[in-house]
Design a protein around this ligand. Structure first.
Ligand SMILES: Cc1cc2nc3c(=O)[nH]c(=O)nc-3n(C[C@H](O)[C@H](O)[C@H](O)COP(=O)(O)OP(=O)(O)OC[C@H]3O[C@@H](n4cnc5c(N)ncnc54)[C@H](O)[C@@H]3O)c2cc1C
Length: 223
């Protein structure tokens, strides 16, 4: 149990909203897609919600606007209470959360979004808000699972490359920038990818880069 989660539960009535899990759907082997109904304001792309888990931990996810609420897409293999809850949650459960709150703010127009398994949701949120204007570049371990998720979430343009050095990421970003020179560029996902990709892109003279790490190896619940 985290102090933040304990505090949120104590003050929950004032701080937290409640939604009902309307549906839970496995997206391939790697992801769980949840539809939440209830006291849920329509989220803007790039916002976050912080869920209060039954274990009193808080974990952060990227909400996607849906007709009757919000959709969450959770990676099931992150390794902690957030991923476990994603695997166990059932339709009809209630979930308490803070947000949506600002997280990744990008100017209107096309977007190049780099990330990993945890970034498919934020890319999908921008795709829902800016159809056809998103090029996602995912560097992942779970290549097949991410391909399935990209299809299921309706991401029109996504490049999926294996975890490793930054060469493939940089080449994909440069190609996307050549196709959309005004696109804003954001780096998300694990901190090692964010740091390495930023350095490699700067070395190729790309400087106007937003960064938002989603997890750090060895630390729990970054946000
Ligand atoms: C603004 C924001 C938005 C986010 N949106 C989403 C989203 O929409 N969908 C989503 O799935 N995740 C998202 N994340 C990431 C998610 O919050 C983390 O992966 C979260 O820490 C997982 O919680 P956990 O309890 O399973 O693991 P933790 O208890 O947080 O971590 C346990 C261990 O696993 C490691 N770890 C954590 N995450 C990962 C990972 N992804 N891959 C490999 N190892 C990991 C940690 O370093 C730690 O050692 C977001 C994070 C932020 C900050």
């Amino acid at each position: 149990m985290s102090l933040k989660g304990k505090f949120a539960r104590l003050l929950g009535g004032m701080l937290l909203k409640t939604a009902r899990v309307a549906s839970v759907e496995a997206v391939g082997r790697g992801f769980q897609r949840l539809l939440l109904h209830g006291d849920v304001p329509t989220p803007r792309a790039g916002t976050k919600v912080q869920l209060l888990l039954p274990s009193d931990e808080m974990r952060t996810y990227s909400p996607i606007a849906a007709p009757d609420g919000i959709t969450l897409l959770g990676y099931k293999h992150a390794g902690g209470p957030g991923a476990r809850w994603m695997c166990e949650v059932k339709a009809g459960d209630n979930v308490r959360f803070a947000g949506p709150q600002r997280s990744l703010e990008l100017p209107a127009g096309p977007v190049i979004l780099v990330g990993d398994e945890t970034s498919v949701a934020v890319a999908s949120a921008f795709e829902a808000e800016r159809p056809g204007e998103v090029h996602a570049v995912f560097q992942v371990d779970a290549i097949e699972d991410v391909h399935v998720a990209v299809g299921a979430m309706g991401l029109r343009r996504a490049t999926v490359v294996p975890r490793g050095g930054t060469y493939d990421v940089v080449e994909a970003v440069l190609a996307a920038r050549a196709a959309a020179p005004s696109a804003s560029l954001a780096l998300t996902g694990g901190s090692e990818l964010v740091v390495a990709a930023r350095a490699a892109l700067r070395a190729r003279s790309l400087h106007d880069i937003k960064t938002k790490p989603y997890w750090v190896p060895g630390s729990a619940g970054l946000d």
